[in-house]
Design a protein around this ligand. Structure first.
Ligand SMILES: C[S@@+](CC[C@H](N)C(=O)[O-])C[C@H]1O[C@@H](n2cnc3c(N)ncnc32)[C@H](O)[C@@H]1O
Length: 212
C-alpha cells in the first residue's frame, strides 16, 4: 500500500473537484460548529484537505492553523485562501505528531473526515486533548467504517491492495465516544446524519481553580 502522503498527494486534484456529498448535511455541520466559535479564538483544523471548511470558518475566528499530511492538498488550499482574500490561516504540512504545536494553545480543534484515516485514532484523540486549552472543543466528523455497506467493506481491502483506497480504521460510534471520554473529553453534541457517519462536539473540561 502507498504511504498516506503519496495517496493523498495523488488524490488532491480530483478531491478538489469533487462536490460535497450532501450539501444540507455539510451546511448543518458548519452552522453547528459556528455556534461554538468565538472571534478571539485560535483554532486548528488537521486533515484540512483543500481548505474549503477552514476558509468558511476563518472570518469567525482570530486565527486558524490548517494542517494536512499532503503538500499537494495544501497548495490547493493556499491558492483558494488567497483567491478568497483570507489572511488568517497558516497552512502547515505534516501529521499531528510531526507538527510541533504548543500544548494547550488552541480554543478549538477540528478533525473533519480524517479520524478514520489515521493508523492510531486513540493517540490522535489524546494529542488533540493536549493541544486544547481547558474548556476548548474538539469538533469531529467521522466515517464509521464498520457500518458501511457489505459491498464497500469487501471492496475497500481490494482497492487498498491496488493503491486505490487509503488506510481506514474501523470503529463504531460507541468506541469513538469511549476513546473521547477516556482521553478526558465530555461529548456535548452528537449527530448521526446516517448510520455510517457521526458528528461530535466534545469539550475538554475547564480547569478547576486551585482554591476549590
Ligand atoms: C477525506 S479528506 C478530508 C478533507 C477535509 N477535512 C474535508 O472534510 O473535506 C482527508 C484528508 O486528511 C488528510 N490526511 C490523511 N491522513 C492524515 C494524517 N495522518 N495526518 C494529517 N492529515 C491526514 C488527507 O491528506 C486529506 O486531505
Amino acid at each position: 500500500m502507498k504511504s498516506a502522503k503519496e495517496f493523498w498527494d495523488k488524490s488532491a486534484a480530483r478531491y478538489a473537484k469533487s462536490p460535497v456529498r450532501d450539501e444540507a448535511v455539510y451546511q448543518k455541520k458548519l452552522t453547528i460548529t459556528q455556534e461554538y466559535l468565538q472571534p478571539d479564538w485560535s483554532i486548528l483544523e488537521f486533515g484540512c484537505g483543500t481548505g474549503s471548511t477552514a476558509i468558511i470558518h476563518a472570518p469567525c475566528v482570530r486565527h486558524i492553523v490548517a494542517s494536512d499530511i499532503s503538500s499537494r492538498m495544501l497548495e490547493i488550499a493556499e491558492a483558494k485562501a488567497r483567491e478568497a482574500g483570507i489572511g488568517n490561516i497558516s497552512f502547515q504540512q505534516g501529521t499531528l505528531e510531526e507538527l510541533r504545536l504548543t500544548p494547550e494553545s488552541f480554543d478549538a480543534v477540528l478533525g473533519l473526515n480524517v479520524l478514520h484515516l489515521l493508523e492510531d485514532v486513540n493517540a490522535a484523540i489524546v494529542q488533540v486533548h493536549d493541544l486544547l486549552k481547558p474548556g476548548g472543543i474538539f469538533v469531529s466528523s467521522t466515517a464509521l467504517v464498520n457500518n458501511i455497506s457489505l459491498f464497500w467493506r469487501l471492496t475497500i481491502p481490494l482497492m487498498q491492495l491496488l493503491g486505490l483506497a487509503p488506510h481506514v480504521s474501523r470503529f463504531d460510534k460507541q468506541e469513538l465516544l469511549s476513546m473521547l471520554t477516556k482521553a478526558g473529553f465530555t461529548p456535548v453534541f452528537e449527530w448521526q446524519p446516517d448510520q455510517a457517519s457521526v458528528f461530535i462536539v466534545a469539550r475538554k473540561p475547564a480547569s478547576i481553580p486551585a482554591n476549590q
